[in-house]
Write a protein that binds this ligand. Sequence first.
Ligand code: ADP
Length: 516
Amino acid sequence: MASGRLNTGEAHSFLRREGWLRAVLDLVSVAVVLAEPGHGEVLFANRAAHEMAGGRFPFARSFAEYVEVYRLCDASGRPLAQHEYPAVRAIRGEVIEGVEFAWRLPDRTRRVLVSARRFDAMYGRPPVVILIFQDLTANEQARAVLRSFEQRMALFFRRNPLAAIVWNTALQVVEWNESASRMFGWSADEARGQHGSFILPESEREYIVCDVWQGLLRRTSGERSTNENVTRDGRRILCEWYNTPLFDESGQVIGVASLVEDVTSQRHAEAERARLYREAQEAVRVRDTFLASASHELRTPLTPLLLRLEVLRRTLSDPAACRQVDRALASAHRLECLVNDLLDVPHIAAGTLALARAPTDLRLLVSEALAPFRDVSARHTIVYEPPPGPVVAAVDRARLEQVVASLVENAIKYSPTGGEVRISVTASAATARIEVVDHGIGIPVDQQPILFERHFRGRNAPHESYAGLGLGLYISSAIVERHGGRIFVQSEPGRGSTFVVELPLAPPTPDLDDMP
Ligand code: ADP
């Protein structure tokens, strides 16, 4: 080296001449920096060096500027003194190979691995210091991501409430978490290396080892299985297994990860629920059978009783005695209605309620159904304004009268303060409509959707004061539906209810005797 100035000039002109060298270095993915050894001026930085610097690699003009321009620290973060800079050490003849430094850039610190070496003048080329930087930051970030992922996975594995087990392809335990220890009674140390059959009862071994395991290795099945396992103390438990094959980079299966849930108590609870359900169904069946035979038994003496009371009534002339017999007749009729309701229930449930339909003028039908209610209550006024013309529908007369009577009876019963009960019959294009309106206690809004269910009784109707079986509306809705119609309610609690029955009008030329 003749003099620094000369070196710098030579090196500059050399680099200017050797455009191909600059171009080649720009292709290299590691950062390469050239400095002249006289003053330490940086002469060239390749593309990777500029990128590493986050824009343009700074060009210090002398050793003195290094500390200011580059701000390098050692691996522990201590700023380097000028003589410790890799370029300065290389100029002194030191060969630096892969030493880690921290490079403080304005917006961040990069970890770099630096190699540096001085090349003396040779073959007409000036002396030069070559520095090579490898950016470790990206690697480190990847390592940090991997580390945190591994930590999370480890946490997920250790703390999983399900038993988590990793097997190698020979079905030996590789990993065994705390839940697996709790579930099967073996510690991780005891379990590691054991063949899977150590937690399988004899009866399950063939199926698991041959079917489930082979299916998993072939990746054809076995991802979910439910089977019996055996614990260290010999207990049989029922487990649900979720298995996932693990692959290496070439796609080869290298093991299986399993998550296991002990479903023994869950299955017991399910079995218990099913048993209770069966018992409840059986109780309902016994109740229905009892009600059916009790109703038949009640009906048998009721018919002659009613006949005798009616005969007696006709023979009496004393008004006081007549009133007594009338009361007895009313009670016996009431009893007859209740017994009839009970007898209808099994037919409705079986869908076998028989109807004898014939074209009927609903105007007259309603009028007749209302007859028994005329003097039934002093507090209630029954208002019925028949429509001007006939409203004909194909109905079972007795059954539809039963519906009207049931609605009117309820309207009276659930209007304890009295008032008007208004009944109307109207017809639109293809539908006949019967309405029964009262101003009574109404029906709680949340209970309206279940109003027509069997044995429903509204919570606002104290059962002590309102006797009933909760069957009237159930039977009415079954009758209306069997007619191809519908029944519904509009009601405001405390203000009253409107029950609506809609039925298809009979076709103009009816021959309906054969209708079901
Ligand atoms: P029951 O009257 O024998 O209880 P229903 O099937 O006829 O049986 O009626 C079921 C329930 O519906 C009654 O208990 C009552 O709570 C309610 N309900 C029926 N009709 C009316 C009405 N017009 N106003 C208020 N609540 C009614």
